[in-house]
Design a protein. Sequence first.
Length: 335
Amino acid sequence: MRFSKLLLTSAMTLAVFTMAPGAQAAKRVHVSYNVAEGSSWDKGAKVFQKLVEERSNGDFKVSLHPNAAMAGGNDRVEMEMAQGGGIQFLIKSTTWMTGLDPKFQALGLPWLFPDHETANKVLDGPAGDALMKTLENRDLVGLAWGVNGFRQVTNSRLPITQPADFKNLKIRVPGIPLYLAIFKELGANPTTMSFSEVFTALQTGTVDGQENPMSLISSSRFYDVQKYMTIWNYSYDAIVFATGASFWKGLSPEDQKMFKDAAHEAMDAERKIVEEEDKILPAELEKAGMTVTNLTPEQLAVFQKTLQPVYAEYKEKLGADFVELFENGVKQAKN
């Protein structure tokens, strides 16, 4: 807590707004995200930076901070700095947002979304708006949805094609009740740990496998320590482009619109990058030495049936009416 407060105080001491060189004053804003430079998040943030600086005619300057550099790489500190105003804009995975509100787990329900197009339509509609609204009680304002990707599973022992293949596999998952329940139901031994520890844990055999979107599997070089990857798109991982409520309330309506429009366009560009990566990464990962397995519809149906009890349990826990907003959105998107 002392470390968190120190970082927050230091950042706010630097001031939210700084003067740019030259005769004209410019307001500097910071965008933080705890993934690496060159990632889809970073590329989306660069689009935001360009749009804001162009459309504000230089009134705003945008600084980008991959790897949550302003927060020392600490997710919790990064979030607190955004809530407190030391960071003006934040890009965050919804798997992490579940710590703010468990309703964010709804997006990860097994096979809720069949594809990117459907997920985009649902999140950009009433269901996504309802989930974004939960941030208002956490001193944040959600501006736009992006995507981390559909989550796949890797391991070092065998190709996974049926639920029985998970038996006794030690799988690292995010510390979210839904994911722990999913892998327990499949017969695996799920465990949680900081993402920064995952590569070493895979390398030493502390865990047999992990699950993440393909872009992260590739950028983290998990192919160096994992032999097998199964593409099953079992869970959707969105990202949120958000801002601190105190910062947002201090903006003019015109600047709010400018920032929100830029965030939407940046996340639309980021989504397209991830969709393209999904097409090319399986071949690249095979070239890097992985055995990539694409499940057939028949194989997927077995997994879906196995996990139906978990889906039903979490639909009740999260609120049937709330989950049905997403289910109905999926149905409408298909029509």
